[in-house]
Design a protein around this ligand. Structure first.
Ligand SMILES: [Zn+2]
Length: 432
């Protein structure tokens, strides 16, 4: 266990008093919480809930998970996408915290058999945090709780901030300039997908193109992207017709979740460029998923322009990373440039030695993440593969590689060569 959750309890009282706890400021859905009727629950759950969430934020966690396990509740902190076990609570404490967080997020605490999602505003040390609470009923009984945390001051929507390389930015700007075609940003959940889409919106040349959004941008405002006033009763088709009338060139459209959305976007891509999101493990899989969804390979081959897919890679902590001289065989095997003389890694303890935890990263060895990206552009070879209707992921990937399109591996190795991440992190990322 890296994080000493329980440690706070051993500290003397004076020190504990100095820790400011998070303040919860009401659910997103605007519901008023009946504090009086729930006084008993809040009495048991509010303080531990505040302690858990405060601790998670101070340790830079993007999520806390509370899992009932037998007569205990286990807490996990997800930091930069990796889960670390935290303290264990008794079953009663775990239940009280779970119910309290549900109540504060405006969820129905009596309903324990259906998944629910809600959000609440909060602040800690003058900074605002958005908290999203998800409850999931478990087959074994009880509920799992995910508490997602987002620092509202952190803006990760610029292409540079999430690490989109110039090669991808330049090419996308060129393609978007043609003012037609469907662009997809594809990735698994929590891979930085929305962040990537928002960054891609910034890549296009806003001085030449008029850029609009007709979908939810997760409450983020982007300079030069106009939020189009969508009539909630209009179909996607009607909205697209309306936006064509205002001379939109590039439009951020709703995610590709249904056949209708996919077909409509493919039909309208000849009149304006469209960017959409799709849950998929990688770019090649997204293309085949889309073919399967619409059932018309030629429609996809002719309408799709490019797919960009992100993966988040952890960056080494610059306070404690260790330089080492890599073995030339390892350099060659990894595919790094032969002239690579120095690489970096997280500190490794010698046998029998115990490392003093780094004050910056708490002994994790990594601090923060950056994106690495692959992009598949639909060139003639890939168009043929798609139209054949029989292509597989490996064939599309190899056609993209042969054409020199950027791969995840290129992006990851570039970060290793720059000393920003380690070969171990690259291996971890591609194993999962
Ligand atoms: Zn460190």
């Amino acid at each position: 266990m890296i994080f000493g959750f329980g440690k706070k309890k051993d500290d003397d009282f004076e020190e504990e008093d100095e820790i400011e706890l998070i303040s919860f400021q009401g659910p997103h859905n605007g519901e008023t919480i009946d504090l009086k009727a729930n006084a008993k629950l809040l009495d048991a759950g509010l303080l531990p809930a505040k302690e858990i969430v405060t601790d998670a934020i101070l340790r830079r966690a993007d999520m806390v998970r509370i899992d009932p396990k037998g007569d205990r509740s286990a807490i996990y902190l997800i930091v930069d996408g990796v889960a670390y076990p935290g303290d264990r609570l008794s079953k009663q404490e775990g239940l009280a915290v779970t119910m309290t967080m549900k109540l504060l997020a405006g969820l129905n605490i009596k309903n324990r058999t259906q998944p629910q999602t809600g959000g609440l505003n909060s602040s800690l040390e003058g900074k605002k945090y958005e908290i999203v609470v998800e409850s999931q009923p478990l087959e074994t009984g009880g509920e799992r709780l995910n508490i997602k945390l987002r620092d509202l001051a952190v803006k990760l929507d610029s292409p540079a901030a999430i690490g989109i390389p110039d090669s991808i930015k330049d090419r996308l700007r060129e393609l978007a300039g043609e003012k037609k075609g469907l662009f997809i940003s594809a990735g698994p959940p929590r891979s930085g997908l929305t962040t990537t889409s928002l960054a891609l919106m910034k890549v296009v040349d806003v001085y030449i193109l008029s850029v609009y959004s007709i979908t939810d941008m997760s409450n983020r405002d982007i300079t030069n992207v106009t939020k189009f006033d969508v009539n909630p009763n209009d179909s996607l088709e009607t909205t697209l017709q309306r936006i064509i009338r205002v001379d939109a060139d590039f439009v951020f459209a709703p995610p590709l979740r249904s056949v209708e959305t996919a077909k409509t976007l493919l039909e309208y891509q000849s009149q304006l460029a469209l960017l959409t999101e799709m849950p998929a493990p990688d770019a090649a899989s997204a293309i085949l998923q889309l073919v399967k969804l619409v059932g018309d390979p030629a429609l996809v081959a002719n309408g799709l322009k490019a797919v960009v897919s992100p993966k988040m890679i952890r960056l080494l902590c610059d306070e404690c990373k260790e330089a080492f001289r890599p073995n030339p065989k390892i350099i060659a095997k990894a595919g790094l440039p032969a002239e690579t003389k120095v690489l970096y890694r997280a500190p490794v303890a010698e046998e029998g030695e115990e490392l003093e935890p780094c004050p910056k990263c708490g002994g994790i060895g990594y601090y923060g993440r950056s994106g690495i990206f692959e992009m598949i552009e639909i060139n003639d070879d890939i168009k043929k593969l798609i139209t054949s209707g029989a292509a597989n992921v490996a064939q599309i990937k190899s056609a993209a590689k042969n054409a020199g399109m950027p791969t995840f591996k290129d992006g990851g190795l570039a970060k290793v060569a720059e000393g920003k991440t380690s070969l171990e992190e690259l291996q971890r990322l591609f194993k999962s």
